[in-house]
Design a protein around this ligand. Structure first.
Ligand SMILES: Nc1ncnc2c1ncn2[C@@H]1O[C@H](COP(=O)(O)OP(=O)(O)OP(=O)(O)O)[C@@H](O)[C@H]1O
Ligand SMILES: [Mg+2]
Length: 297
C-alpha cells in the first residue's frame, strides 16, 4: 500500500486557487522532493495531508486513512516551514513532552538529540538557541517515534552546509527504515543526489513528477561540455567542433544525449592538443526552470 495517495486534489481560498488537481503518491522508503516557486502550493498541500485544512475537492489518504484521523496523525512526522517552540523549555524537556504524545520514550529523545547534534545544548532553554539549532529541534521533533510518513517543509533552511549534509544522511537512514519522505526545498543543488523522485509544482499544478534521469530525458536539455586546449589551437578547434571559445584556452560546447559519444570521439581524435574535457548534464536547477516556466503555458 502507498504511504500517501493524493488524488485530483484542489484547494481554493476565496478567489485564490492554491492547489489545482494534484495527483501524487509516495511509497514506503521513497524520498520525494517537492519543488516550486513561492506561492506554488507546497505548504498548502502539506497542510491538507496533515488534515489541518480540508481539501476543496479530491481525496487524500495516509496509510489508507483520512487526513486528521488518529491513525493518520500518529503516522506522520511534520516539520513546519516556520518552527516556533516555547522558548522557556529546554530541547530535552520539549522533546520528552512530544515523545509522551507520540508513545516514544526518553532514551529515543536523547538518541535523536545526539543525531541532530544538539546533545551539548539539550539542557539549555530553547530561547538561547541559534536559528539553525531551533531548526534541529524541529527536525528531532518530526522524527520522533519513527514516523511512517515524514513531511518536511523546507527542512534545511537555516542550516549550515555541513548540517545540511548531515540532515540528508538522517533522511536517508529514515527512508532505509521504510519511512516515506516528502520534503519541500528551494535549495536545489543539495537535493540532486538525495532524492528518488522530484515533483514540481507551479501555480498550484503539478507540472513534473519523475526521477531526475527521467526528467532529464523528457526535458531534452543539452549536455554542456567544456574543452580545455593549448591556447594557440583554441580557435581552430572551436571552429572544427562547432563550439564557442570562451577565453584563451577554453571551448564551450553543447550536445544532446544521443550525440554525446560521437562528439567525444571527435574531441579525442584531436589528440594531445586537448588537455581536459568536463561534461555536465542539465542540473536540477536548469530542469526546475524548464518545468516551472518554459514548459507551462
Ligand atoms: N489561509 C490562506 N488564505 C488565503 N490564501 C492562502 C492561505 N494559505 C495559502 N494561501 C495562498 O495559497 C497559495 C499557495 O501558498 P503556499 O503557502 O502553499 O505556497 P508555498 O509553495 O508553500 O510557497 P513558499 O515557497 O513561499 O513557502 C498562495 O497564493 C497563498 O497566498
Ligand atoms: Mg511554503
Amino acid at each position: 500500500m502507498s504511504t500517501l495517495v493524493i488524488e485530483n486534489v484542489c484547494k481554493t481560498y476565496g478567489e485564490v486557487k492554491s492547489v489545482r488537481g494534484v495527483n501524487l503518491s509516495v511509497e514506503p522508503g521513497e524520498r520525494v522532493a517537492l519543488l516550486g516557486h513561492n506561492g506554488a502550493g507546497k505548504t498548502t498541500l502539506m497542510r491538507m495531508i496533515l488534515g489541518l485544512t480540508p481539501v476543496s475537492s479530491g481525496k487524500i489518504t495516509v496509510l489508507g486513512s483520512t487526513p486528521g484521523s488518529r491513525h493518520a496523525r500518529t503516522s506522520i512526522g511534520f516539520l513546519p516551514e516556520n518552527v516556533a517552540f516555547h522558548g522557556a523549555l529546554t530541547a530535552r524537556e520539549l522533546l520528552r513532552h512530544f515523545a509522551r504524545l507520540k508513545g516514544s520514550n526518553n532514551k529515543a529523545v536523547d538518541d535523536l538529540l545526539e543525531r541532530v547534534g544538539l546533545s551539548h545544548a539539550m539542557n539549555r532553554k530553547i530561547r538561547t538557541y541559534s536559528k539553525g539549532m531551533r531548526q534541529r529541534v524541529g527536525l528531532a521533533q518530526a522524527l520522533l517515534g519513527t514516523p511512517k510518513l515524514a513531511l518536511l517543509d523546507e527542512p534545511t533552511s537555516g542550516l549550515d552546509p555541513i548540517s545540511r549534509h548531515e540532515f540528508y544522511d538522517l533522511v536517508d537512514d529514515l527512508a532505509k527504515g521504510g519511512t516515506a519522505v516528502l520534503l519541500s526545498s528551494h535549495a536545489l543543488t543539495e537535493l540532486e543526489s538525495r532524492t528518488d523522485r522530484v515533483a514540481i509544482m507551479s501555480a498550484g499544478r503539478l507540472v513534473a513528477d519523475a526521477p531526475l534521469p527521467e526528467l532529464r530525458t523528457i526535458a531534452h536539455l543539452p549536455i554542456r561540455l567544456h574543452v580545455k586546449t593549448a591556447a594557440q589551437d583554441a580557435d581552430t578547434i572551436a571552429a572544427s567542433l562547432g563550439g564557442t571559445r570562451m577565453n584563451g584556452q577554453s571551448i564551450n560546447l553543447t550536445c544532446q544525449q544521443d550525440e554525446k559519444m560521437a562528439l567525444l570521439a571527435k574531441i579525442m581524435a584531436l589528440g594531445a592538443t586537448v588537455e581536459d574535457v568536463e561534461m555536465r548534464p542539465a542540473s536540477l536547477e536548469e530542469l526546475y526552470r524548464y518545468y516551472s516556466t518554459e514548459h507551462v503555458q
